[in-house]
Design a binder for this molecule. Structure first.
Ligand SMILES: Nc1nc2c(c(=O)[nH]1)N[C@H]1C(S)=C(S)[C@@H](COP(=O)(O)OP(=O)(O)OC[C@H]3O[C@@H](n4cnc5c(=O)[nH]c(N)nc54)[C@H](O)[C@@H]3O)O[C@H]1N2
Ligand SMILES: Nc1nc2c(c(=O)[nH]1)N[C@H]1C(S)=C(S)[C@@H](COP(=O)(O)OP(=O)(O)OC[C@H]3O[C@@H](n4cnc5c(=O)[nH]c(N)nc54)[C@H](O)[C@@H]3O)O[C@H]1N2
Ligand code: SF4
Ligand SMILES: [Mo]
Length: 664
């Protein structure tokens, strides 16, 4: 029997592999044996007929790909890197990479090529939470753990659909409810998660800041905040108090779309709950004010002292299995390594550790900026930016201009592969080993369960081969992922609160290592939390007479994004129809659309075809399309949060036409 861990979502469930069968690990704390349909199907996806098994290349994106050797591929990549100015080179990584992959790619890019253009799809996912944590608590640090829900009285789930996106955590929430946990779900849609809610606040899209500000203001006005905590451990209280004095409460409440009864019920529940956890995902992060939405929510914890206490705190639910590991290593272009930035001292420390003089002291380009920067070389690994970035027609236009795009993928049918010049085959989950950090700082280990397909390489190995070809043989001479992890562990000593160096690689698959357990206070220089006054500036795209609807996008339980790993699985496909667009019955009537009708959803930027699913679950003037529809981003807008540069995927103005009514 081999113990491993699921490679899909940020819950990070323990698995056991026994005589070709995968089951949940009952001794594993996060999931206690429970797994979802994706977890148990991990092995099936390795055998998919769509696996990429050989390196391929082509001269232009109009040519057919031809099989080539690893040797010539790596030589060509190294040559292109040598020819390009370093600011014209970019690495586009993924929260699904292992920590060791991240470490090698980051060390090569930032440390030895000398470009900080090393970013990740986590930019589109939780970069707003990263910025907000840094601003409010002083570091990108998740200050509580999932099992705190068993010590909490109230869980506020906001802009998150755990029933579909974090299935096993959702099961734990249901269990905690039996012990008295109350759950409030704040989501414009009625979702599978709202079924477990004691209160569902179907707020208007984009009005979260208004709601949280109303709560903050009431806490202050009614003197229901924790005075002692605020006086001793929090900054900016007076500022917040003054700013809220003149807050137009009626207008704010109107914007949320909630009745005053609904607001009062929520407020009562909040103030009467001793221990409160708030948990959020894309409904807050993916917004033109994603950071502000996070800050407005974290304010509630700071005002009430419900943070750094058992059963309390703001819990950002990480989507991908190792988005946290990526953040820790430094996979975002706005971080250098191990949580350090680009200040003189940090650059000095990291340069000394890596024994290099090539580090640039400016933050690199982010995911979307890399697309716009007319790069010469773009290496994309374990992610599909042509599919996942907003305003896809623009992304396609931009990526066509990059003369050398390399895609490292374990499967051959990504959208990005249509725009790449070279495709390199990576060994997927099950064919490799390495570590990942789940959403609550638990470092777990994926184990190799089957042999690596002959011509596939580990993701880190590919970056190491490039490094060696560039001449960095000494610095990139790792024989195993254990050796990489150990060097990375040494490096974490550069950052005080990162006690990752205490983990023991060989023990992690049996006893997962939880780092940061000694952090019991804010990580700001003055050890105080920072309140921020933020306002809803209504910056998202607005509907108009032609584009009357707001498009929301999100997950379905049994599919993983593009579905390269899940969409061909007959077991997973039986669960739910994937091609749908939720429309409110009254809107459908107005549009003369019936259930199952083929419809075209379009914005000023582009369009896609889907099928109408008429349901009360969606409010009037909102529609919802799952991101399993690979064309969804032809329509979405490319507004970004100004601090995190995370896209505003969930708020695009669209129109709906019946496919049959369009004449060609
Ligand atoms: N099955 C499955 N699970 C997954 C994934 C997958 O592809 N498939 N992907 C993983 C990844 S990478 C991620 S990031 C997570 C995402 O996890 P979630 O964010 O929980 O998943 P979404 O379906 O995107 O849900 C976002 C919710 O926000 C709501 N929302 C939209 N706009 C607003 C708003 O303005 N305010 C509020 N309050 N709510 C709003 C939407 O209606 C939706 O229900 O899931 C992870 N888990
Ligand atoms: N409209 C809209 N767009 C969104 C979102 C949304 O909510 N709405 N969410 C955003 C978010 S939060 C995210 S995280 C992104 C996700 O978007 P992506 O990251 O682009 O989606 P995935 O399908 O998970 O892509 C992972 C890729 O890695 C490949 N792969 C699998 N295993 C391996 C391996 O071991 N090695 C390598 N090298 N490759 C492998 C898969 O075949 C696949 O092509 O989408 C973003 N885009
Ligand atoms: S909940 Fe997440 S980590 Fe657990 S089995 Fe499902 S996809 Fe895997
Ligand atoms: Mo994500």
């Amino acid at each position: 029997m081999i113990r491993s861990v699921c490679g899909y979502c940020g819950v990070g469930c323990g698995l056991e592999y026994d005589t070709k069968k995968l089951i949940g690990n009952i001794t594993y704390p996060t999931n206690e044996g429970s797994v979802c349909s994706k977890g148990v199907s991990e092995l099936i996806s390795i055998q998919s007929s769509t696996r990429l098994l050989r390196p391929h290349k082509r001269e232009t994106i109009h040519d057919e790909y031809k099989v080539c050797s690893w040797e010539e591929s790596i030589k060509e990549i190294a040559q292109k890197i040598k020819e390009a100015p370093k600011q014209k080179i970019g690495f586009y990584l993924s929260g699904q990479l292992l920590t060791e992959d991240y470490y090698i790619a980051n060390k090569l890019g930032k440390g030895f090529i000398g470009t900080n253009n090393v970013d990740t799809n986590s930019r589109t996912c939780m970069s707003s939470a990263v910025v907000a944590y840094k601003k409010s608590i002083g570091a990108d640090f998740v200050p509580l753990r999932m099992d705190d829900i068993f010590k909490a009285d109230l869980l506020i789930l906001v802009g998150a659909n755990t029933a579909e996106a974090h299935v096993v955590l959702h099961n734990q929430i249901k269990k905690a409810k039996k012990y008295g946990l109350k759950v409030v779900v704040i989501d414009p849609r009625t979702t599978d998660s709202t079924k477990v809610a004691d209160l569902h606040l179907a707020i208007n899209v984009g009005s979260d800041i208004d709601l949280f500000n109303l709560i903050s203001k009431r806490l202050i006005d009614d003197e229901l905040y924790d005075k002692e905590f605020v006086d001793n451990r929090v900054n900016n209280f007076e500022l917040l108090k003054n700013k809220f004095k003149r807050a137009p409460t009626t207008k704010l409440l109107k914007r949320t779309g909630l009745t005053s009864e609904e607001f009062e019920t929520f407020f009562e529940l909040f103030v009467n709950s001793q221990n409160v956890i708030s948990a959020w995902t894309m409904g807050l992060n993916q917004s033109v004010q994603g950071v502000d939405k996070n800050l407005a929510l974290i304010n509630l914890h700071l005002l009430t002292g419900k943070i750094f206490k058992d059963g309390n705190g703001p819990l950002s639910l990480t989507g991908q299995p190792n988005a946290m590991g990526g953040r820790e290593v430094g996979g975002l272009s706005t971080v250098l390594a191990v949580g350090l930035g680009f200040d003189e001292q940090s650059v000095k420390k990291v340069s000394k550790f890596w024994k290099t003089d090539k580090i640039d002291n400016q933050a690199g380009l982010t995911a979307t900026q890399m697309m716009e920067a007319k790069l010469d070389v773009l290496i994309i690994c374990h992610t599909d930016p042509v599919y996942h970035l907003p305003n896809r027609n623009k992304v396609e236009r931009l990526i066509r201009q990059i003369p050398f795009v390399v895609e490292i993928n374990a499967y051959e049918n990504s959208e990005t592969s249509k725009f790449a010049h070279m495709k390199l085959p990576a060994a997927p989950w099950g064919e490799k080993e390495g570590t990942q950090t789940n959403m609550d700082r638990t470092i777990t280990k994926q184990e190799k369960l089957t042999r690596t397909s002959i011509d596939c390489k580990l993701d880190w190995e590919i970056f190491q081969l490039i490094a060696q070809e560039l001449g960095f043989k000494k610095e990139f001479n790792f024989k195993s992922s254990k050796e990489i992890f150990q060097e990375y562990q040494e490096m974490t000593k550069l950052n005080d609160y990162m006690d990752i160096h205490k983990a023991k690689y060989d023990e992690i698959s049996l006893i997962p290592f939880i780092w940061g357990q000694d952090v019991k206070n804010f990580l700001t220089p003055d050890k105080k939390g920072n309140l921020f006054f933020v306002e809803n500036k209504l910056l998202s795209e607005k509907t108009n007479l032609e584009y009357k609807y707001i498009l929301l996008t999100g997950r379905t339980r049994d599919q993983w994004h593009t579905g390269t790993k899940t969409a061909l699985s007959t077991t997973l496909l039986k669960y739910k129809e994937l091609n749908f667009c939720e429309i409110n019955p009254l809107d459908a009537k107005e549009l003369n659309v019936k259930n199952g009708d083929e419809i075209i959803v379009s914005s000023v930027r582009g369009s896609f075809t889907t099928k109408a699913l008429i349901t009360d679950a969606i409010k009037r003037k909102n529609i919802f399309v799952p991101i399993t529809n690979r064309d969804v981003n032809y329509v979405t807008n490319d507004l970004l949060d100004k601090e995190s540069l995370e896209p505003d995927y969930n708020h695009s103005a669209v129109k709906i036409t019946k496919a049959s009514s369009v004449t060609i």
